[in-house]
Design a protein around this ligand. Structure first.
Ligand code: PGA
Length: 258
């Protein structure tokens, strides 16, 4: 079973959200995946009402503040999200980091807040194109992971990691299955160092960045890829369901047979 997560970003008002769930058809293998949708917070209640008819889809929010309440105009808190129907939260998405200047320290505080309120954090990490060209993929993703690992690894509660190379988000450029596997291996190695084999085996690591119905199966079949975080292609119920209906393919390059 893979995790198929849809990050709607700043799309889908409450009416569009209801329509999405009305049109979402998850027959066949699609219903065997763990399906998550992250609507904008203003559409969360509409999503909870609509998705409530279909217990196969769980909901999350795209961001939280680290405080539970207070004078933070425009923000929402973890307990508010939980009450409104969220079970998951994206933390440190690259748009939060690069457009809104979120720091590793803020990301860590948000992870703590999610933990306090039993939201499952989906912590996003990933390098920019310049960082990749400079050979710094490992350094960057490990720095981002290390900032949250003490909090994540401290209890039994579940968390997920999403590896999303910034250059692949919304660009149509996708990491190759081998690129994704390499980054996932690096992250999993660190999870193992932090919490023993159990942590490394249990934590699902998702790939994100221009995942579409026509490349999802190849990415989901790559070694170490436990799911996908889908932006643009998750806005259409037909393409989201098509991704969820993926079937394993052979991504083996054959090089090791030589
Ligand atoms: P994309 O976005 O699939 O539109 O590239 C992925 C994400 O930002 O989570």
């Amino acid at each position: 079973m893979a995790v198929i997560a849809g990050n709607w970003k700043m799309h889908m008002d409450p009416a569009e959200t209801r329509r999405f769930f009305d049109e979402l058809s998850l027959e066949g293998p699609a219903g065997d995946q763990e399906l998550l949708i992250f609507p904008p917070s203003i559409s969360l209640v509409a999503a909870a009402e609509a998705a409530g008819r279909d217990a196969r889809v769980q909901l999350g929010v795209q961001n939280i503040h680290w405080e539970d309440r207070g004078a933070f105009t425009g923000e929402i808190s973890a307990p508010m999200a939980a009450t409104a129907g969220a079970s998951f939260v994206l933390i440190g998405h690259s748009e939060r980091r690069h457009v809104f200047g979120e720091t590793d320290e803020e990301v860590a505080r948000k992870v703590d807040a999610a933990r306090r309120h039993d939201l499952v954090p989906v912590v996003c990490v990933g390098e920019t194109l310049d960082e990749r060209k400079a050979g710094r993929v490992e350094e960057v993703v490990l720095r981002q992971l290390d900032a949250v690992l003490p909090s994540l690894a401290s209890g039994e509660a579940r968390f997920l990691i999403a590896y999303e190379p910034v250059w692949a988000i919304g660009t149509g450029e996708t990491a190759t299955p081998d690129d994704a596997s390499a980054a996932h291996r690096t992250l999993r190695r660190r999870l193992g160092e932090a919490g023993g084999g159990g942590l490394a085996d249990e934590v699902a690591i998702l790939y994100g960045g221009s995942v579409k119905p026509d490349n999802a199966a190849e990415l989901l079949s790559a070694e170490g890829v436990d799911g996908v975080l889908v932006g643009g292609a998750s806005l259409d119920p037909v393409s989201f369901a098509a991704i969820a209906r993926w079937q394993a393919v052979d991504t083996h390059s054959g090089l090791s047979d030589v």
